[in-house]
Design a protein around this ligand. Sequence first.
Ligand code: ADP
Length: 498
Amino acid sequence: MAVMEKSPVARPAYLDGKTKLMLIDGRWVPAASGKTFESRNPATGELLATVAEGDREDINRAVEAARKAFTGPWSKWTPAERQVLLLRLADLVEKNIEELALLDTLDMGAPISRTRNNRQRALGMLRYYAGQATAIHGETIENSLPGEIFSYTLKEPVGVVGAIIPWNGPLTATIWKIGPALATGCTVVLKPAEEAPLTPLRLGELCLEAGVPPGVVNIVPGYGETAGAALANHMDVDKVAFTGSHLTGQKIIHSSASNLKRVSLELGGKSPDIVFADADLGSAVPGASMAVFANSGQICSAGTRLFVEKKVYEEFTAKVAAFAKTLKVGNGIDPQTQVGPLVSSEQLDRVTTYLGIGRQEGATSLSGGQQLTDGDYGKGYFVPPTVFTNVRDDMRIAQEEIFGPVISAIPFTDIEEVIQRGNNTTFGLGSGVWTRDVSKAHKLAKSLRAGSVWINCYQAMDPAVPFGGYKMSGYGRESGKQHVEEYLNVKAVWIKTA
Ligand code: ADP
């Protein structure tokens, strides 16, 4: 690793200058149109790879392959065989984790310390789904009909799954879709985000190496409006599992109406993170800071509305700003980097526009507030950790998802008020509470309308614990038993026994 750490231009073997093709029916093929697009490093602008650009025709081919696989020999695989397959894939991911982490860092910018840390999560997920493969079961249900008639349920794989993922954690996002599909016996057509297709494609190679049969996992890179929309619309796709913005989520629902396919959506957020004066402020400062600054704020459940009890508001926000200033912003390849670049120029525009809106609305930035352009920063899309104070609930920076390293800090005076104001958002993905008072903690846990409530911590995740949204943050759950159910149909069977 010494060479890699010294050199910002170190490349994983996967980046060999060849065009990255799409995985359809167990083979690597170019786009039917012959088109390609470029994947670049957001820290430097450097070209990483040219990638086949899938479109409707490629999606059609991939769905056809996925259908054929679904009804073919794959349907005869036993749960134990699917379990072994997932465990083999986990072992291969473990063996290649350094390369996968590096690909994530190069393609979407996250610090290498973070992408290396995803190891536990990635492996944990694959091994959890491996366990779930042999834990699928229906029920026998006593009915009240006269005569001898017996009823039970079968759980069956839902079929061909269209998986559409974002760019903010390509390795784990891919595993989050492929894992439950393999566990349940579904087949998948996965469309990576155009901003970061490389890790999903490399993972496709590992799937083949692990022995995933042709057509069971297909990966078609391309743009959302073309390849993504074709997948969401497709008449032979049984379910769409989508992670991304709520606006795209709404389009997916419209598209899914074509054949009334099942949909699960993990969308955006504007999550409240609530700090009471009685909290251990020493741990709340870094906790609430990294609840937003991790991954440069490009996490859907980031705790971006930081509610701080009035009597400690000045002190706490000053400490958060001081902490923000200690964070090392830079190229993700540097092991010292704590905050990498934003993923793209579009994302940079979006975040800097909101920084301007915040200032115009009357907020004050205690740290950050401007794009970094000096020296090497000028080659990439860097925004430093920003803490806005003097924020009111009705400001756009307190209502809209920025998806950047921007905290909107808002004072509050009592618990009833902060519950009401914390819930006053169209979203409901994450939420945080910092307090030493267990009754407050319980009350908040029950009252916050969000899929996750983190108390004296933030962003804890585990493959066994469900994650998902309330309100416009989407529906369906990922991780946990419920996730596996999302990939299963329930069939009722009746047998007249006399
Ligand atoms: P973000 O703004 O974070 O990039 P998006 O929701 O636009 O979030 O993108 C998430 C994923 O959805 C990406 O893979 C993208 O290509 C895909 N996508 C974007 N638009 C559409 C669409 N109209 N139909 C299907 N998928 C789409």
